[in-house]
Design a binder for this molecule. Structure first.
Ligand code: TMP
Ligand code: ASP
Length: 255
């Protein structure tokens, strides 16, 4: 891998910082230990979370790439910028959070008369407008069209990719005894106009239940442990990484 040095801070979000590098086609993402929930009304520092989410995301991006699903992932950081650093292609993030739900949970059960755990077949796909100031509102087709963020073929491509991601993730997670309840992904356009999966895929952005545990709290291995003060957050994320390391291909370096 060719050496790079860090440049300016391009963006700081709730869980990550995005840095330029001295190479125009390379961006470095730093995963933070900060945990937030309920649009940052609840915050905490969870030592080790950043590194776990970075490593889990790298394995899952690698898995998607091997299945032909394009992502922004290029490799893990090196040296002093290892552990919680990921190297990615620069993308223009589409300000839409794509949520796929295989089982009902979370906001769906608060907003609709649907019992938690109800299977959703076909999986429900919801789009939210990514804007913390507006608390990421649910989009309708009409509002999406009005905003003009995507044309109809890009909209179809976004949905097609998200459903492919769901199928790939469900399969690998099932193979390590985890149920993918739901997840959120973000996508972005590369300089040459390709739509790719970006951001992160981690227990911060997925709901994951341990298939082998019946208790509805004990089985939770994702950020709901933090949202609901269940404790053992970092331990749960560590278990997700350990299981995935057993079955996922080691992330390659694509540079
Ligand atoms: P929800 O049930 O709160 O709408 O969340 C659905 C999924 O999306 C769940 O896996 C958590 C994830 N998610 C995020 O990654 N970021 C967010 O800001 C929210 C609200 C949810
Ligand atoms: N990611 C959001 C926040 O930081 C909401 C959540 O995940 O619960 O507040």
């Amino acid at each position: 891998m060719s050496a790079y040095s860090l440049g300016s801070l391009l963006h700081e979000g709730k869980a990550k910082r995005v840095h330029a590098t001295d190479q125009p086609d390379l961006v470095a993402v730093e995963f933070k230990d900060d945990a937030t929930a309920f649009n940052a009304l609840k915050t905490a520092q969870l030592v080790g979370k950043g590194e776990l989410n970075c490593q889990i995301s790298a394995l899952l991006f690698e898995l998607l790439a091997r299945q032909g699903i394009p992502t922004h992932y290029l490799g893990l950081g090196e040296g002093e910028h290892g552990g919680h650093w990921m190297l990615v292609r620069p993308v223009r993030i589409v300000p839409i959070e794509v949520v796929i739900r295989n089982l009902a949970a979370g906001s769906l059960c608060r907003q609709m008369p649907i019992e938690a755990g109800t299977p959703l077949e076909p999986p429900l796909l919801d789009l939210y407008y990514k804007d913390d100031g507006l608390a990421d509102p649910l989009l309708t087709e009409a509002r999406l069209q009005h905003l003009g963020l995507l044309d109809s073929s890009q909209r179809q491509e976004l949905e097609r990719l998200a459903r492919e991601v769901n199928a790939a993730l469900q399969e690998v997670l099932a193979s390590v005894g985890l149920i993918l309840v739901d997840f959120k992904i973000e996508l972005g356009f590369t300089a040459d106009g390709q739509l790719v999966v970006a951001d992160e895929i981690s227990p911060d952005t997925c709901r994951l239940w341990d298939r082998g545990i019946a208790d509805s709290d004990d089985r939770i291995l994702d950020k709901d442990r933090f949202r609901r003060d269940l404790g053992g957050v970092v331990e749960a994320y560590g278990q997700v990484l350990k299981r995935l390391q057993g079955v996922c291909p080691q992330p390659e370096v694509y540079r």
